[in-house]
Design a protein around this ligand. Sequence first.
Ligand code: WT7
Length: 649
Amino acid sequence: MKQNTIVVNPSSTRTDVQSFAQYQSLYQQSISDKETFWGELAQSTLQWITPFSNVKDTSYQKNDFHIRWFVGGEINVSVNCLDRHLAKRANQTAIVWIGDDPQDSKSVTYAELHERVCRFANVLIQLGYTKGDRIIIYLPMIIDAAVAMLACARIGVIHSVVFGGFSPDAISNRIVDCGATGIITADFGKRGGKKIPLKSNVDQAFLDKNCCALIKHTIVIRNSTDPTPLYHNQHWYHDLAAHATSHCPAVPVKSDDPFFILYTSGSTGKPKGVVHGTAGYLLYASYTHKLCFNLQEGDIHWCTADVGWITGHSYVVYGPLANGTTTVMFEGIPNYPDSSRFWKECDKHNVSIFYTAPTALRALIRDGSDYLKTSKRNSLKVLGVVGEPTNPEVWKWYFEQIGHSKCPISDTWWQTETGGVLVSPIPFTTPLLPGSATLPLPGIELALVNEQGQELQGASSGHLVAKDSWPGQMQTVWGDHQRFYETYFSTYPGYYFTGDGAMRNEDGYYTLTGRVDDVLNISGHRLGTAEVESALVAHNAVAEAAVVGFSHAIKGEAIYAFVTLKGGVLGTEDLKNQLNDTVIEKIGKIARVDIIQFSPALPKTRSGKIMRRILRKIANNELDSLGDISTLADSTVVKDLIESRILTT
Ligand code: WT7
């Protein structure tokens, strides 16, 4: 190793990849014979109803474009996450639930979870749902969210979980896009001491006629004592469950049948429905969960993500449960009631693996360190981060202050599209480098390319691509296979383009540097500039809008909007608030625009394309490197924008 890496000696050695040399040879082996590598893993990891006949049937070529894994096989995800553990783990805790209020916590055993999932699945069957139907899940972080997901899995219904922070418009768009015929929600959720009116958001989504026509039933989970009126075809879950038994045979599902749809933002258009297949996804979630966190018998795994994101799917629900782990579900937020929350809960529940987002760590660092005295954090063994680059200072704080320099940090790089982690240290094996996600996992073949699509060798920096498929790779965009190809495979033909820039050092370590497309990463959450722009333009005072990200100490990236108003409209503070209300209504609070600059004109090329590169520089106050503005139709626009810019630092 040429770089200053950190090696953490394990208190107990790993049982799988015991040395760095072993990782290196396993990696080579996995790449030279992928079929054997993934085939053996799939056989030893999952319980199959029908064995697969072909491990890998994938092609990135335009004329023969498809991604299929473990073809011919049949499995059931809920059986893999529940039934097969019952012999050994019936009385083991499957889920520890930590409420928003520190007084609230509950847990369910594998036997209890199995029973609840079967009952819920029977409720869905009673209402007429069958394999291949789509159901939207819009729930808070409560145990029922995992139950509802697994109940869909039990009968082959395709779920699409919508994050509880998304707006009614976001719900109706998703319902219409995937043709959902059912929705599972709760009366209220709770976050940071505030009530979230989920059911009333669903009612508002129904104002969209298309959505109203599609949905046959709304199942509402009672999660508060407040009165909530139910309308036509809305049912309390507890009423339906009273007539349902807890015996429910699992439906066999083909390996490459869609398992779930999760919407994510891209650089253009509306969010895409990322479709994950069944067996490949489950294998990949389980494999990476074991490997990246050095999973051991007895571990208590806490991933703080919401199930509305892919991280919650793979590392709160499916990975941990497939591995028979005790997984923690947290309803609250990191700083409620105060910044000691995470760490006190780690002590209380003996958490051994803790996985969170850098933005949460940055917010906690800002609050000083006094609150760390109220917890010991001695149960922790492995720490993880995901969602955005972790700056080395934050890495060091996490390593030294939180983990007492004893817990390796898994900086896991991945995406909604990848299903699970692609680049991460293997704790106690890979020498760590603060700020770097280090090396690809066995089975994953990556490359850096330059803008011409040529592969770069050795230490270099470029665009990160994958050279070949892996089982967790998304299978298509719901309803638009062409868009799947165009978005990810047309930029660099023959490769999967991640949309990220990265640097690679002489040891092959990857340091991810952020998106190179028009995708924003706000507090680890993904938003498309186009989505925010359409929301702004939906306000009738707005003629045109251009949105860019600027660096923000806590959020990582925040939103700066340049807005051109219609003739005669005054750019007031009140109008700024109204514009933000529109954005929140169309997308949700996570899309709140931090800075709005009213600008009479936007910089455009002669062909009329907005030059976001220049706007990004202005928003970040990087005026020395504005670059070439000679291609602009009118370069005086830039001068005006600079003069009236709003400083962000
Ligand atoms: C984008 C994917 C995968 C779950 C969370 C976000 C960024 C993710 C890292 C990391 C640097 C990271 C990338 C990626 N990202 N993890 N460890 N280091 N950047 O999923 O919403 O699909 O966003 O998040 O830019 O492309 P997502």
